[in-house]
Write a protein that binds this ligand. Structure first.
Ligand SMILES: Nc1nc2c(ncn2[C@@H]2O[C@H](COP(=O)(O)OP(=O)(O)O)[C@@H](O)[C@H]2O)c(=O)[nH]1
Ligand SMILES: [Mg+2]
Length: 381
């Protein structure tokens, strides 16, 4: 008697191999699914293993021999097998993502480990900036530039060190760019995930330009998606006596813009969506293409985790935002997110918002103030 093991992509192919090799009287002893190949247990292929024998004595108590003549022709794996394979691949991809994330974090931590010879006061500021959750590469640049611009002795002088680091942070933040009106009809659009405070920020800005700058302002909303979004903006519009127009279809844009052509500033609210929602990104992109705004502001919340901020700012880049607004600064003490947002987006900062009150809780971002918040009160050593 000959017993042999066969491995194939699917059961039909395995039986075909048995039949060709051991002849039509071969008997199947065992079948099972196995995983083959891959790397570190990942991407392994799902296959079938069949153990078969020939020349089996008729009195042996073995499983019934399959009738090979009735076997279907070799075909693609059944639907259920494909689904199982897709599930396996998805699990593998998740594992690879976790692995890569871990490797990236380990590598970043190694690359950005503080220099051992860092003077103790500088090390205190280094630790403070880590607590602020500033990205390691930004901290390193700030520390290196500071070390290069003052003498080793001055690194232990608290006032000098504070002022030098502060100057570095201010220069990292660079110019801030709030809305600046040209004499024509200015159209400014706001994009960002749901709930970050786009509509509230638009209401604050509308109030600012109406009350303090005496401008003719109108608000336009394209957020017909979220329940209550139109009413929310209309409520602010009524309070400020500012007209609110709703874009239900992209075709509405032209008519609305013509109607509002005598206004100084049109603030356009858009629907929020997850940064991974490609369909919604395309919809907003389509609207912005028709609207052709003078400026696009991306709105992000200071209470966002760093990794989520990376996803948001990267995936929203398709919308070609030019400036950043950071909201909800009152909800966090990790001010580093402001520097991270500038770094990831490559854009200038404009406004910070610090609470729910319309119109008060908004200010033009100030490098000086942000640097003070970041450096805080570091105790003397
Ligand atoms: N704490 C705090 N809450 C804010 C701020 N800005 C907006 N909010 C609140 O965040 C929630 C969502 O705001 P909304 O403007 O509707 O967000 P949108 O979905 O991006 O338009 C509301 O409850 C706002 O009052 C802020 O600066 N700080
Ligand atoms: Mg909104």
């Amino acid at each position: 008697m000959k017993i042999k093991t066969y491995v194939a992509d699917n059961i039909q192919e395995a039986f075909y191999k048995v039949k060709t090799d051991l002849g039509k009287d071969a008997v199947i002893l065992k079948t099972k699914h196995i995983k083959k190949g891959g790397f570190l247990g990942l991407f392994a292929k799902r296959m079938v293993e069949v153990v078969a024998a020939n020349d089996i004595k008729p009195n042996l108590d073995l499983p019934t021999k399959p009738d090979f003549s009735k076997l279907p022709p070799i075909s693609k794996p059944k639907e259920t097998e494909s689904i199982a394979e897709i599930k396996d691949i998805k699990t593998d991809i998740e594992q690879v993502k976790d692995l890569l994330n871990k490797l990236y974090l380990d590598k970043t931590q190694q690359d950005n480990a503080p220099a051992v010879d860092m003077p103790s006061l500088l090390k205190k500021y280094y630790d403070r900036m880590c607590e602020m959750e500033i990205l390691p590469e930004i901290i390193n640049t700030l520390i290196d530039n500071t070390k290069n611009s003052i003498s080793d002795t001055d690194l232990n002088n608290k006032t000098l060190l504070y002022n030098t680091l502060k100057k570095e942070i201010i220069s990292f933040i660079d110019e801030v760019e709030p809305i600046s009106l040209s004499d024509k009809n200015n159209v400014v659009a706001f994009v960002g995930p749901t709930g970050v405070g786009k509509t509230t920020t638009i209401a604050k800005l509308a109030a600012h330009f109406v009350l303090y700058k005496n401008k003719k302002v109108a608000m336009i909303t394209a957020d017909t998606f979220r329940v209550g979004a139109i009413e929310q903006l209309k409520h602010y519009g009524d309070l400020l006596e500012v007209p609110v127009h709703v874009v239900y279809r992209p075709e509405d844009v032209k008519e609305i813009l013509t109607e509002l052509k005598d206004y100084d500033l049109l603030l356009v609210d858009t629907m929020g969506f997850s940064p991974n929602n490609r369909i919604q990104i395309k919809k907003v992109k389509n609207l912005l293409d028709i609207l052709n705004p003078d400026d696009i502001y991306v709105v992000v919340s200071a209470a966002t985790k760093n990794q989520d901020m990376v996803d948001i700012l990267n995936n929203y880049k398709e919308l070609q935002y030019k400036k950043i607004i950071v909201t909800k600064l009152d909800e966090t003490k990790s001010y580093g997110i402001i520097l991270n947002a500038i770094n990831i987006s490559g854009c200038k900062l404009s406004y910070l918002t610090t609470g729910q009150n319309v119109p008060d809780d908004i200010e033009v971002a100030s490098g000086d103030k942000i640097a003070d918040l970041i450096l805080g009160e570091v105790k003397d050593v």
